[in-house]
Design a protein around this ligand. Structure first.
Ligand SMILES: Nc1ncnc2c1ncn2[C@@H]1O[C@H](COP(=O)(O)OP(=O)(O)OP(=O)(O)O)[C@@H](O)[C@H]1O
Ligand SMILES: [Mg+2]
Length: 257
């Protein structure tokens, strides 16, 4: 069975998509078969993997509502072992459309039921704790939270942790917090260091040791339709994501043992 990982933070622009794409690619290079589900109507993960013409796309929305079969909703990418279920334009209406449906928070879980084709499925969530993110949390085994070390980060974090606890209690007892990733880290910023210390003090080993530095190559890569770890393997940002992938796999290994 695949391990399903939701990448979640209701705050915008904290590095969810960058983290999803680079981790997914790092995992794929060690021979794991990976699916990225673009579950954000902005479609950044789709663009970041080189798909720019979104008019004819079918993907996560159509799979979610059961209009197509799971295996019709994804496609190959230019990276071996890495597959993408893109975000089609229709996903932007989903939050409103789904409200009237029965079991509306379980649709993605149902669509992924019994799937054995992948080792890991990453779900890139939109910047909200709405119905799409809720569907991702109900379908997932684990949550990854990218966190940018800024003043409001802790406030936002307690909201996500509360939501995860609620989902675990009411909808998905399997759900586990895999970990928190400090992103866009700037060691020259006192505020950044202070917030990082606070987060580490409160959440201890739930925070990965690897920190993702602020790195311009990470920001440039999507415009070339490639994850940074492919676009510039050697840059500090890519190296940090490769290190993080290793740390996550080690943690998975310990959990399984
Ligand atoms: N470590 C980093 N260093 C520099 N730029 C980064 C870094 N991580 C992400 N970025 C850039 O910051 C912006 C936001 O990152 P990203 O799109 O990954 O965040 P997000 O949480 O997915 O945003 P949204 O909430 O809008 O989906 C992007 O332009 C991205 O290229
Ligand atoms: Mg995003």
């Amino acid at each position: 069975m695949p391990k399903i990982i939701a990448v979640v933070n209701q705050k915008g622009g904290v590095g969810k998509t960058t983290t999803t794409l680079n981790l997914a690619t790092a995992f794929s290079t060690i021979g794991k078969k990976i699916l990225v589900i673009d579950f954000d109507p902005q479609g950044n993960a789709t663009t970041g993997l080189g798909i720019t013409d979104k008019k004819k796309i079918i993907g996560s929305y159509e799979t979610l509502i059961g209009e197509i079969r799971f295996d019709e909703g994804y496609q190959k990418t230019s990276i071996p072992n890495l597959f993408l279920m893109p975000a089609s334009l229709h996903l932007s209406g989903a939050e409103i459309e789904l409200v009237g449906l029965k079991d509306r928070e379980k649709l993605l879980a149902k669509a992924l039921e019994g799937i054995r084709t992948f080792d890991f499925i990453f779900i890139d969530c939109p910047p909200s704790l709405g119905l799409l993110t809720l569907n991702a949390l109900v379908a997932a085994d684990e949550v990854l939270i990218p966190l940018q070390c800024e003043f409001y980060a802790l406030e936002g974090l307690s909201q996500i942790l509360f939501t995860i606890a609620q989902v675990r209690k009411n909808l998905n007892p399997r759900l586990d917090l895999q970990g928190i990733i400090l992103t866009m880290f700037d060691i020259r910023s006192n505020l950044c260091m202070q917030v990082a210390n606070d987060v580490r003090t409160h959440l201890k080993d739930k925070v990965y040791e690897t920190q993702i530095p602020r790195n311009v190559r990470l920001a440039e890569a999507p415009s070339f339709g490639k994850p940074a770890v492919v676009y510039d393997f050697k840059c500090l940002g890519s190296q940090a994501y490769l290190q993080l992938a290793k740390e996550i796999l080690d943690r998975e290994g310990k959990l399984a043992a």
